[in-house]
Design a protein around this ligand. Sequence first.
Ligand code: GLC
Length: 528
Amino acid sequence: MTIVSSAQPWWQAATIYQIYPRSFADANGDGVGDLNGIADRLDYLVDLGIDTIWISPIFPSPMADFGYDVADYTGIDPRFGTLADFDALLAKAHARGLRILLDFVPNHSSNQHAWFQQSRTSRDDPKRDWYIWRDPAPDGGPPNNWISDFGSPAWTYDAATGQYYSRAFLPEQPDLNWRNPAVRAAMLDAMRFWFDRGVDGFRLDVLWHIVKHAGFPDNPPNPDYHPGMGEMHRVHQLHSTDQPEVHVIAAEMRELADRYGAVLVGEIYLPVPKLMTYYGSADLPGVHLPFNFQLIEARWNAADLAARIVEYEAALPPGGWPNWVLGNHDRPRIATRVGPAQARVAAMLLLTLRGTPTLYQGDELGLPDARIPTDRVQDPRELREPGLGLGRDPVRTPLPWDAAGGFTIGEPWLPVDPAHLPLNVAAQAADPASMLALYRRLLALRRATPPLATGAIDTVTASGDVLRYDRSDGTTRYRILLNLGDTPVPVPVPVPVGTVGAVLTTDPSGTADPHLLRPAEGVIVKVS
Ligand code: GLC
């Protein structure tokens, strides 16, 4: 495991790998990945060099949003296995020094959850107020102008009781009412259930959504809206998200997690100053790691990246620990966003910045977005707003383990893009010039090198196409030089003879040129 000082919490030196369980490995041949599939492949993750796994939701679910519609917060969906399978996976992971984070979905349950089934039976039901019910507007329409993140009004009419329920995502995902103390208690109990089984933390789905303005005012229109952005952008989500009360709830979750030495990672898509409020304060601590999506939002050039790194580092509250994310199951893959050559530079960037990195399944193979034939589309977002490029199936296809696929002996739930097959794990594991080999080298170096894992960062600068920064722990200093362009750049790297040199390059040749950075080459140099 990573070397850390005893004062440093484990998750600060951790490297997180996100597993999308439907598509990681299928042990029972039904075409959908499962917990036993993950358990069978743990050695792959150990060899890769990560130490913490975040598994997207595995709870019982009708799968309207592929697990992000939870019908029971304390069970395992039979498609993924059983509670016993989960316990076995956790034990096997812990025995290998791997920690496991589950994906908790607090904003909404499934409409098939027993709580919602009960809530919708009558206006007087004791569970009525566990969800957010409002009368229709005077014209009979939705109570206000809020729009679902997947398009269409964020309200669904329920004829049985003549009211609308709030749902920030699909009609099958009714929003829980976190202003109700009974909901809070029940959800914290669910978290406790998993902590007691030994899970090491949670990723908290759409944390900034969970409390809505108590008066339900209309959201302000977005003057920059144009069709093609996705209908959700018609309005700014001023009143439907990011309400001050969310921080009180985050603090309750934090207090619970801290009792178990566990970590909370919050999914929050907000500008940096707002994002920082999710760290909380000394009085009201927030999540340990509010996900930092700056590398997903960045334009891929040295100036923009440098500006974002500097802005983010400067904005961190006292004691706030940074984190970086290159991709996830919702966003286009890095290899497609920046191309295969720059994806190698991105790997070095992710694994040499200060802070806990999160790496998405398949990015370690340099997979591009998969092509999905129209008749195989599964993602509800794509089905509801087709053709805008918002669909998420292209980043959710099965991991190619070998030249024949190797994910399942059955028919995979999403097709494997033939273009992914040559990038399979077995082929890359045997090729020292591969992306997988680069990830392994970077992760091994990071693990063995405290300044890279947890040291300070300084001198973040962009000069032309080159992004540069140093990492140091006071005694040893490493310089990272990344060529974001496609032309060679002569770079004067101070190299005191005999003591230093390029310890690692992204160049497939494996050796750096002492005089220049090649196109799309990144190097880590020990400078003192
Ligand atoms: C988060 C998840 C996404 C899901 C949505 C609703 O953004 O990452 O996959 O569809 O929340 O739960």
